[in-house]
Design a binder for this molecule. Sequence first.
Ligand code: ISJ
Length: 255
Amino acid sequence: MGEELSLPAVRDALVREEDSIVFALIERARLPRNAPAYEDPAAAAGRSLAEFFVREAEVLHAKAGHYQKPEDVPFFPRDLPPPMFPTKSYPKVLHPFASSVSVNDAIWKMYFNELIPLFTVDGDDGNYAETAALDFACLKAMSRRIHIGKYVAEVKFKDAPQDYSPLIRAKDTKALMNLLTFKAVEEKVKKRVEKKARIFGQNITLEEDSAGKQEGNAGDSECKIDPEVLSKLYDHWVMPLTKDVEVEYLLRRLD
Ligand SMILES: C=C(O[C@@H]1C=C(C(=O)O)C=C[C@H]1O)C(=O)O
């Protein structure tokens, strides 16, 4: 996110993140569930391959200069090394507390416990390293989208401090949640991600098939990911967690 903060600009950033999430899930859906990637072998200090992969990948990303921005939040923030190369300083448009707002633990549990069974087929093809790498991409894309909620909250606060401030002082989480919720926007988001899954998930061919079908008309059964999984993911988890980030940020906005 850049210096220009407005609700339409931040919402555009959220729309852009949808593409990354849909593509990451389509990629992961190519492989079966591969449960051994999530089991804790005794030899790996109680860590699954998936967890090992994310921890090690985050060390590399941190050395390369990631996790400086408030929307790039590591899953394992403890003991991450500092960047080894100069990093660009980003405009400080958020309250300094922004960097400590994280719902990654909830994203982690949701992804492994709820989402993976919904969009991967039961099975084991032995490609565990690839599985872990694809899981990391899914987690990263969802985490980024959800933590952009910090900017959403800042813009909403700036647009109406007179409405937000009393609720923040009263620590009225429920009223804050109501005030920042836009049901009509949420309905559109759900429809759009479902449509993106339907379009990005189709096989592209150059010929019309025998039934005369063309791209854009593929049935959901031919789709690389069930489009309804995307609307469910957003409805049950991505949007609620984004709003949790918004509330968490707002509660500290006046500190
Ligand atoms: C992110 C926003 O806040 C809320 C969360 C939304 C989302 O996660 O997509 C959409 C609308 C709001 O209820 C927003 O207003 O754009």
